[in-house]
Ligand binder design. Structure first.
Ligand SMILES: [Mn+2]
Length: 193
């Protein structure tokens, strides 16, 4: 089993994360931000990962530090759990509809962090989560996990559906990319970084 446990404490947030990449999608998420909990639950379930994520952040300021730091910790846990990366598919792509919305996630577990994010929201926030924090979460996750991550929202009207399509597609794309299909390291240069 590919697992990692990370605890990270700063003056702004206190985060505990347990990740099992070879899980069944079991989750225990509690960040104090209901819509973000919903997104983390969907991502882990559709990624078939077991995820415990507990965050105690400075929500009296706003949601920024908590969501960004959850992205950092989840990225660190993902990278640590993945380990040597020998045998993984490396690339993952998934296009997912959620009612009227359609999102694509294309990623490469390359060791080279990059984020392309083309997704516009019409509302400032969904519940207690600012819509601008979707991009911030993705950047923090991609850069700490070492993933080249492209996210494109093709169309949609409802911001809840748009975000849900993006996070579900991310789960599926990650699940495909971490699948172990061989004993080969998928790099002609012999290393992923
Ligand atoms: Mn929903």
């Amino acid at each position: 089993m590919r697992t990692a446990v990370i605890d990270r404490r700063t003056a702004e947030t206190d985060i505990h994360c347990e990740l099992n990449l070879d899980g069944k999608g079991d989750t225990r998420i509690s960040t104090g931000i209901g819509f973000f909990d919903h997104m983390m639950t969907l991502m882990a379930f559709h990624g078939r990962m077991d995820l415990v994520l507990k965050a105690d952040g400075d929500l009296d300021v706003d949601d920024h530090h908590t969501i960004e730091d959850c992205g950092i910790v989840l990225g660190q846990a993902f990278k640590q759990a993945l380990g040597e990366r020998t045998g993984i598919a490396r690339y993952g792509s998934f296009t997912l509809p959620m009612d009227e919305s359609l999102a694509s996630v294309n990623l490469d577990i390359s060791g080279r962090p990059y984020l392309v994010f083309n997704c516009e929201f019409s509302r400032d926030s969904i519940g207690m989560m600012a819509t601008e924090m979707v991009e911030e979460f993705m950047r923090a996750f991609a850069f700490n996990a070492g993933i080249t991550l492209h996210i494109n929202l093709h169309y949609g009207n409802n911001d809840h559906h748009k975000a849900e399509a993006v996070f579900k597609a991310l789960g599926h794309a990650l699940n495909g990319a971490i699948a172990q299909n061989s004993d080969v390291l998928m790099s002609t240069k012999g290393m992923l970084e």
